[in-house]
Design a protein around this ligand. Structure first.
Ligand SMILES: Cc1ncc(COP(=O)(O)O)c(C=O)c1O
Length: 412
């Protein structure tokens, strides 16, 4: 039997659940923080008579604890399964739909997901894939892309790196009209459970690269899938596959992610405050062609992004717009916008997708997706707002003084 990690009725707020759920004081020692359980095997008092653990690939106390936390934080979630990476999570979900299936995916999907669909699952299990602009395609165009073997619909919103915003309930309702009953998967890595709750918008599965905001400290690679109460069978299949191929996270990594998760709500608020200020500063700059940030009114899907915010996040964002949010008191870091891949850590990062994270996507496809050579992706950390704003302004001035020219004559 598959036991849910979390009960659906949750009376406490997000931050309280982040700190407490899955992290109860140890019953034997009273330790407030769970110990790291490194044992790979567990004593049985008689054959099959054990305390819930036999062998650590199949289950481990730290993994269980983290899964309980994740199922509680992803609103509408009941089952959470932690994997060794976000990519392993994707691969396992694709395996779960079996041979010769078809996936209908948002076109601006994470590069590694694109690679897995097109270059791995196509070879190993005959997966067919179609990539569509879910943001702009009308209903007829999307309906025409479904096939009798469409078993998966893959959404990322906002997408990486061009931050397109998909109307999740619209895609869910189109998928529900299909006789093949595809599962709708939402990769919620970019907003985290703090800002967006896709299961409440009708999705069947939410996945995360925990490597990003949920862990938040750029020191663990991990992933997770979270499913609602009515998907016990699918969650059991995912667990079975995971145990069979062994893409499990280590106890120490689970412990670290659980520690990171305790401050997710604080960090996400700080990221939100800082990202808005940096985006506004960039928009004011004469040296920037375009700023793509769903929180700006200039973003074409700003209202959809707002509508899809989790209720507590909406209250927070409203406070930001009214200028009520206290912008002080967050930790101050000294490393600003390091040139590096990844995102979602406490430190600010900058990267060039065309040459770094998305270099494996063919140039012509990148051009179609709007990933130009001059696109810079910023992951805004939780350093002091004024320092970050000053940093991007100074960097722009320095680039201009250095005489680096764009094709259109502007400097970058
Ligand atoms: C949106 C998104 N999904 C999935 C992944 C894959 O996660 P991981 O790097 O943990 O395998 C990434 C990695 O950057 C990502 O950005």
């Amino acid at each position: 039997m598959t036991i849910p990690n979390s009960q659906p009725s949750q009376i406490n707020g997000f931050g309280t659940r982040a700190v407490h759920v899955g992290s109860e004081p140890n019953a034997e020692t009273g330790a407030v923080i769970p110990p790291i359980s490194l044992s790979t095997t567990y004593k049985q008092d008689g054959v099959g008579n054990h305390k819930g653990y036999e062998y650590s690939r199949s289950g481990n106390p730290n993994r269980d604890a983290l899964e309980t936390t994740l199922a509680s934080l992803e609103a509408g979630g009941a089952y959470a399964i932690a994997f060794s990476s976000g990519s392993a999570t994707t691969a396992t979900i694709v395996q779960a739909v079996g041979p010769n299936a078809h996936v209908l995916s948002v076109n601006d999907v994470y590069g590694g997901t694109f690679r897995y669909f097109k270059r791995v699952a196509s070879e190993t299990q005959g997966l067919e894939s179609t990539f569509l602009d879910f943001e702009n395609a009308d209903d007829d165009a999307i309906l025409a892309a479904f096939q009798p073997n469409t078993k998966l619909v893959w959404i990322e919103s906002p997408t990486n790196p061009t931050l397109r915003v998909v109307d999740i309930p619209r895609i869910v309702s189109l998928a529900r009209s299909q006789p093949s009953r595809p599962f709708v998967v939402v990769d919620n890595t970019f907003l985290s459970p703090f800002y967006q709750s896709p299961l409440l918008l009708g999705a069947d599965v939410v996945i995360h690269s925990l490597t990003k905001y949920i862990n938040g400290h750029s020191d663990v690679v991990m992933g997770a899938a979270i499913l609602p109460p009515h998907h016990a069978a699918l969650s059991q299949t995912l667990r079975f596959l995971q145990n069979a191929h062994g893409a499990i996270p280590s106890p120490y990594d689970c412990w670290l992610v659980q520690r990171g998760t305790k401050t997710l709500h604080l960090r996400m608020k700080a990221h939100g405050v800082n990202a808005l200020q940096v985006a506004q500063a960039l928009e004011r700059s004469p040296w920037v062609d375009e700023v793509i940030y769903p929180g700006l009114p200039s973003h074409p899907r700003n209202t959809v992004a707002y509508r899809q915010l989790a209720p507590h996040a909406k209250r927070f964002v409203d406070g930001l717009q009214d200028g009520q949010e206290d912008q002080g008191g967050f930790p101050c870091a000294t490393r600003l916008f390091t040139l590096a891949e990844s995102l979602g850590g406490v430190e600010s990062l900058a990267e060039l997708p065309a040459q770094m994270t998305h270099a494996t996507i063919p140039e012509a496809e990148r051009a179609m997706l709007g990933i130009g050579d001059n696109l810079i992706r910023l992951s805004v950390g939780v350093e002091e707002t004024e320092d970050l704003v000053r940093d991007v302004e100074q960097a722009l001035e320095a680039a201009v003084a250095g005489g680096v020219k764009r094709k259109n004559g502007n400097a970058y």
